[in-house]
Every structure is written in structure tokens, then in C-alpha cells.
Write a protein that binds this ligand. Structure first.
Ligand code: PMP
Length: 443
């Protein structure tokens, strides 16, 4: 490791901490419960969020307020909002924090029905079903959609909730190279009878699963190409829009809108409410028949307590703001702002010489660190200067592809972003992660 460490002693400490943390996780795995918190930035406990959520994050330890570059609060709705918050409070008074009932046993309020209609309309599908947790939406739906005799073809970097759902389904699973349509076609050709298009035989069903924006890569899905291949081979498409719905597209309708794809061409649309909508839960949107089938058969609908009423109201209200149905143009402004903020931050990081993954318009911006030993050094040095950055490593990424993952929000101001860029630049020099420094100008 010494080549990269540049004599910065705390990084060596960081290396030790990194392995200690891995050891904690290993022990935790063995005992099935957490045994201790590891000594790093984001393992700390947050005492409160500021009203705007993104600007400050008060932590219990020595740190007080810092700029939050790690939250999924893309549109700034996870904060006191003049339209959403009073309505969430009203719903708390009218209903309660919890329905304490499953959807089919008294847990369906008028808000749940309104939410499902609102989501279906927003994503451009005939119907939708909502769940109390985004993770569960993937992990519980896939086993209902497919089983033994069916084939799932999954992008190699799909989220853990998809991996778990696919494994739990009993279907055969094949993985295609991340966001590579030509490899998807190769896998499909190998799997179907005589390698001939226009059949899904010998499989009962084939489902191809992709994400709109990849959560660890910040990359947009090559959706038009993937849909064309799925149509050719009669495979269903399943699109997880956790990070793209609300965050991209002219009116916030996600990657379909951004990439000019007709939502009718995506068979199963999945998304979460925990990012752009500042709430919690997840949805599946699709044909009326599909949603009806899920309502009759999905255990997470039949046996789980329904989404909390204030959370449901928060989603309905934030969608109304996005669509301008609150009587203001704040939604359009937020969408323009997240785009401007993301593109500004990304281009400045690249100019500074960082290796930044992902595409323009994506608010998810991984800065490559590579060496796992640089993780704690990077995050601690940023934190010392009051900038909170999430770092990700194995098993969320391959071992030697550690990165810091910046999430940009519409509620970051230009001053916030400039301050963050200055800090990240200084820390980048210190930790030695500017892999593409600009050429010095010729005299
Ligand atoms: N899908 C993807 C792509 C995700 O990144 C996440 C979590 N960030 C989930 C599903 C699970 O969503 P939730 O956190 O809302 O449970």
C-alpha cells in the first residue's frame, strides 16, 4: 500500500480501522446482530437534521453542523416544506403514525388509494401498488412474479434488494455485464431455444432487471437498447427507478422521460419513495391485470402493515408540488436546480482531476478512491472541514473499487457546492486521489 499512502500517517490508521470494521461486520454476521459500532464517520449517531436536511446534520459526537453530501434527499422534500409538512401533520392527526393493520384488514385508508392512483398517473402506467419499504418492494415482488422454470437476467451491479428477491424466487438467475446491452443479448441467445429471437422458450418467463440510475455508479441505464432486445426475445423488463424517479426528466418522471422511452414499453416499473419524495416505501406500477394479481397474491401486501399515513400523504403532496398542482412553480424550479447543481458539481470535480463515475444529469456522483485504505482518510478529512461524504466499499463495490459517493440535492445552494468543492479538492490533494490532474499550461 505504501506507494499510494504518500506518508500520510492517519491513512495507515485508516487501513487498520478498515479491517477492524470488516472484522466487526464478520463477527456481526456470525452472531446475526450488531456487536459494536465501528469508529468511522457515518457510523456515528445523528442527533437531528436541520430544517433543510441537506445543509446541516448535527451529530452527537464532537462534530456539530456539516454540509450533507450523502443524503438521497434529491429534491429537498425530506425537510420542512411549506406545502408537504402541514399536510403530513394533518394526516397524522386524522389517521395516526401507523394503521396497525395490513392492507386487506382495515389498513387501506383513502390516502393509500389516492397514493396508488397518483403514482400510476405520475409514472405513466395504468395501475400501481405501494409497500411500506422500498427494499421489500423488490425482495417480496420478484418471488411473486417468477419462480422455478422462469429465468431472471440481472445487471451485474443491481441493488442487493433485487439480488435477494431474485434468489428468493427460485427462478434461474443469469447476470449480464453491467449496462452492456450486447452482453444481455448474448446471454439471451444462449438461454432460449435454438438461439432464435421471438421466443422465451424453454423458459416460462424471462425477466430482465435493470436500474434507472445505478446507485453506486451514478450511471444512467441504456434503457432504449435494453428494451429493444427484450422485445426481440419476448422478455419482460423490470426497471428499478429508486434513484431516478423524481430526480431526472423534464417533469421528474425518471429515465423514461429523460431518455425518450414510452413507459408502455417497460413492463414492470419499480421505485422507492425514500429519495426524491422525502418519505418511505416503494411501488410497483404496471398493467391493471399485473397490479390486481399482486394485490391478491403478494404476501407483503396481504400480511404486512400498510404504509404509514403521514408517509403516504408526504408522497402525494411532493408529487403535487413536482407537477405544479400546489399552485406554485416550485416543482419545476427544484427539477431545474437539481440538474444544474449536478452538472455543475460533476464538471468541477472532473476539472480538478478526480475520476468521477456516472453520467450528466445524474445526482449520484462517485469519486474513485480505489485503495480501501483511503476511505477513512477521505471521509474523516472532509468531516473535519464540516463536509459529510459517504464512502462505499466492499461488499457494496468490488474490493479495489472503493469510492466516495456524493449525492447532490436541489436544496444545495451554489455557495454550499463551492464550499464543498474547495474542501474536496484540498482533501483530494492530501489523500492523493486526483488521478487526472490538468496538464500545466505551456509557457
Ligand atoms: N433499489 C435501489 C436501486 C436502491 O438503491 C435502494 C436503496 N437505496 C432500494 C431499492 C431500497 O430502497 P429503500 O431504501 O427505500 O428501502
Amino acid at each position: 500500500t505504501s506507494n499510494n499512502l504518500q506518508g500520510y500517517a492517519p491513512i495507515c490508521l485508516g487501513l487498520e480501522d478498515f479491517y477492524i470494521r470488516r472484522l466487526y461486520l464478520r463477527i456481526q454476521d456470525c452472531f446475526g446482530r450488531p456487536i459494536a459500532s465501528a469508529p468511522d464517520a457515518w457510523f456515528d449517531v445523528v442527533e437531528r437534521y436541520s430544517n433543510d436536511n441537506n445543509k446541516t446534520l448535527k451529530r452527537t459526537a464532537n462534530m456539530s453542523r456539516c454540509l450533507n453530501l450523502g443524503s438521497y434527499n434529491y429534491l429537498g422534500f425530506a425537510a420542512a416544506d411549506e406545502y408537504c409538512t402541514p399536510r403530513a401533520i394533518e394526516s397524522l392527526n386524522r389517521f395516526s403514525p401507523s394503521t396497525c393493520s395490513s392492507r386487506v384488514d382495515g389498513g387501506t385508508t383513502i390516502l393509500h388509494n389516492e397514493l396508488e392512483e397518483c403514482v400510476a398517473r405520475f409514472v405513466g402506467k395504468p395501475a400501481a401498488i405501494v409497500f411500506g419499504m422500498g427494499y421489500v418492494t423488490n425482495s417480496a415482488i420478484l418471488p411473486v412474479l417468477v419462480g422455478k422454470g422462469s429465468l431472471i437476467i440481472s445487471d451485474s451491479l443491481n441493488h442487493n434488494s433485487i439480488v435477494n428477491g431474485a434468489r428468493g424466487s427460485g427462478a434461474t438467475i443469469r447476470v449480464f455485464q453491467h449496462n452492456t446491452p450486447s452482453h444481455l443479448e448474448e446471454v439471451l441467445r444462449e438461454q432460449i431455444a435454438d438461439g432464435q429471437p421471438r421466443t422465451h422458450r424453454p423458459w416460462k418467463k424471462i425477466v430482465v432487471i435493470v436500474e434507472g440510475i445505478y446507485s453506486m455508479e451514478g450511471e444512467l441505464c441504456k434503457l432504449p437498447e435494453i428494451i429493444a432486445i427484450c422485445k426481440k426475445y419476448k422478455a419482460y423488463t423490470y426497471l428499478d427507478e429508486a434513484h431516478s424517479i423524481g430526480a431526472v426528466g423534464k417533469t421528474g418522471r425518471g429515465v423514461c422521460e429523460l431518455l425518450g422511452v414510452d413507459p408502455a414499453d417497460v413492463d414492470i416499473m419499480m421505485g422507492t419513495f425514500t429519495k426524491s419524495f422525502g418519505s418511505c416505501g416503494g411501488y410497483i406500477a404496471g398493467s391493471k391485470e399485473l397490479i390486481q394479481y399482486l394485490k391478491y397474491t403478494c404476501p407483503a401486501h396481504l400480511y404486512a402493515t400498510s404504509i404509514s399515513p403521514p408517509a403516504a400523504q408526504q408522497i402525494i403532496s411532493s408529487i403535487k408540488v413536482i407537477l405544479g398542482q400546489d399552485g406554485s412553480n416550485r416543482g419545476a424550479q427544484k427539477l431545474a436546480q437539481i440538474r444544474e447543481n449536478s452538472n455543475f458539481f460533476r464538471s468541477e470535480l472532473i476539472k480538478m482531476g478526480f475520476e468521477v463515475l456516472g453520467d450528466n444529469d445524474s445526482p449520484v456522483m462517485p469519486i474513485m478512491l480505489y485503495n480501501p485504505a483511503k476511505i477513512p482518510a477521505f471521509s474523516r478529512e472532509c468531516l473535519k472541514q464540516n463536509v459529510a461524504v459517504v464512502t462505499v466499499a466492499f461488499p457494496a463495490t468490488p474490493l479495489l473499487l472503493a469510492r466516495a459517493r456524493i449525492c447532490i440535492s436541489a436544496s444545495h445552494t451554489k455557495e454550499d457546492l463551492i464550499k464543498a468543492l474547495e474542501v474536496i479538492s484540498r482533501v483530494g490533494d492530501l489523500v492523493g486521489i486526483k488521478y487526472f490532474p490538468a496538464e500545466p499550461e505551456k509557457q
